[in-house]
Design a binder for this molecule. Sequence first.
Ligand code: FS2
Ligand code: SF4
Length: 554
Amino acid sequence: MFCYQCEQADRTGEMLGCAGPLGNCGKDPATADLQDVLIHAVKGIAQYATRARALGAPDEEAAPFILYAVFTTLTNVNFNPTRFVALIQQAAAVRDRVRARYEDAARARGQQPEQLTGPARWEPAADLDGLLRQAPSYRVDAGLGAVGPDVVGLRSLHLYAIKGICAYSYHAHVLGQQNDDVSAGVEEALAYLAEQPTETEELLARAVGLGRLNLTVMEMLDAANTGTFGPQQPTAVRTTPVAGKAILVSGHDLRDLAALLEQTKDTGVNVYTHGEMLPAHAYPLLKAYPHLVGNYGGAWQDQQREFTKFPGPILMTSNCIIEPYPAYRRRIFTTGPVGWPGVRHLADRDFSALIKAAQAMPGFRADEPEERFITVGFGRDALLSVADKVTDAVRQGAIRHFFLVGGCDGPTVGREYYRDFALGAPDDSVVMTLGCAKYRFNGHDFGEIDGIPRLLDLGQCNDAFSAVKIAQALAGAFECGLDELPLTLALSWTEQKAVAVLLSLLALGFRNIHLGPSLPVYLTPGLVAALVDTFGLRTIGDPAIDVAAALERS
Ligand code: FS2
Ligand code: SF4
């Protein structure tokens, strides 16, 4: 096992990254190795898919399979080796189908099909043991001795950006959004990696290109969410429980939540959001369900404590799952790309077993005597509808600066920086936030400026497109570049979606982003220096000093 794809990567050994016996996320060596093999197999699909697409013969089912398969390999998504064995065999079958499609299309055009090598030719072993014997050749750092750490680091950056893109695209796909350019871009990027590229400049440039591709994906996801459930509206969300039977839903998948709300209608079971599902309360078609009663708990890393106390079953729809404690192991369920060995997996959005479990449990016995609320729902539609008011407040000096403080939360040290940074923003500034990092400070009362809330929750990390649209609208109003706005970004990362978003922001021209709590271990000092030089990327420091420096720059 070797994995260094996330911010939780082990930093204590000579080789930075998790090498077992367990990853810091709880990933076991077999799962880690099988994830490497699955990525290898998916690259093989991509090698043929790019060629089939170029000949006008795309395989419509290969694209969603790639999204789903890659999503299962993200941090804190799927820890079930059995699922990976099946996925690898399925990937090889998909690849063979796409290969046949490509070769038929080539022959139909009088062309000799290319004889591809690498993942295109690879044959999976028949069983778990055989696959594990194959795995070392497909580790993310394979070839390190031959090509050096910069190339391996950039290939890794590339792969992790693709993983983020696939996860976002999957969320859009389940809501019916599909874009051939995105499918082609993902396939092309994976096929490029299959060729084991070695040019660092090209790899860096293409990584920024993936940032641009991710922008299209984020726009597609925004259209999927708002098109399906309506534009986000500012909404006060109850954070204290009410009496009654209860289900807790975590992760990002709004379609799963919508299906569950429909299936629990008139059952007397209340539904609570957890973690990144909090912004669901802002969507008109979701908040219309009266039994979507509130949010319970905070960011994902606190789930073991919170799920233990929750008096009902729990559904994990995407990252981030942690090893379930015995206290709730029999009442947590996974769905979609998520998995944990021994945890019941619900397919096809059939949540009857989950609802049955809720009905068999006591639920909350009484309302919390003192109700508490937090306000969400400042996606781009809500904010842009008051754009004139916001720009007037800036022109009149009532708003001096904007901060975007958000991204992933996590268990690693140093994340209190984001709370201190947000709370340290001066009273004449506005703090926008998204992702699960918001739980560090969203219980605080930031007050208002001329009726504009000082804390604006834009949504999930999946809603990064809102932040981009708002920044672009401000830049349009003030006739300046994005890097000239009185706007500072303090971003917290954990997993691969954040990598894709960061590359999008860099591709758009955002500069001086404060990134933390630590930098990816796969970036060598030389690569970090290149990113600092080219993009002005900064690591986080002292929050008070960083806030002061941001104000000075504006
Ligand atoms: Fe948080 Fe985890 Fe949102 Fe990340 S719930 S760190 O995967 O996607 O942000
Ligand atoms: Fe380690 Fe992160 Fe990989 Fe888990 S996903 S094994 S914590 S680097």
